[in-house]
Design a protein around this ligand. Sequence first.
Ligand code: MD3
Ligand code: FE
Length: 216
Amino acid sequence: MPLGDLFAGKATPAVENLAPGAVLLRGFAAGKAAEMMAALERVVAAAPFRRMTTPGGYVMSVEMTNCGQVGWVTDRRGYRYQVTDPATGKPWPAMPPEFARLAARAAGAGGYEGFVPDACLVNRYEPGARLSLHQDKDERDFDAPIVSVSLGLPAVFLFGGARRSDPTRKIRLESGDIVVWGGPTRLFFHGIAPVADGEHPLTGRCRINLTFRKAL
Ligand code: MD3
Ligand code: FE
């Protein structure tokens, strides 16, 4: 099958190798964006967005929720994955099949066959919200990639290196873009610059990012 056929609603794929193991698939999710938002509404009805507190006592500007077998949480006790939503005491909603399918298809297009995520962290950015430079290292298996889907308002992604002090590249992520992060970049520092104000037909005045992870 030609690689282009893997792209939802796009004849010409745009595959950009950002670094060894990291692949940007521009517009890969564009044809599935409305379907993803509809599935997300069902997730949010069961597990509403909320602003969590860091171990250091800061309330995050990004609102978060999760779906899947486990969800990522932070509070004064630390960062971790857990089966239940601390806001409701109930298990996180199941991962919608359309989420899992898109993540697996994107991972395959990025060179990671057989990716089966067990967690999806959903980030919601209103204008001004940001995510400071960090590593994702609460997962058990760093051999599995992380698949990131951007929807709605654009953002400037800050892509650093293995050390916090490494220089960062700025990469503009738009609605429908997917990035597959694996290999040596899996533990690289990264963040999101404050989101600029704007309106997007898909999401209104916000940016949504879905990160698919193998946490267990
Ligand atoms: C590079 N989210 O949830 S996604 C996060 O747009 C997170 O909401 C950002 O960083 C967002 O942890 C960026 C892109 C991303 C996700 C995980 C990575 C890039 C990554 C893990 C390793 C290296
Ligand atoms: Fe991250």
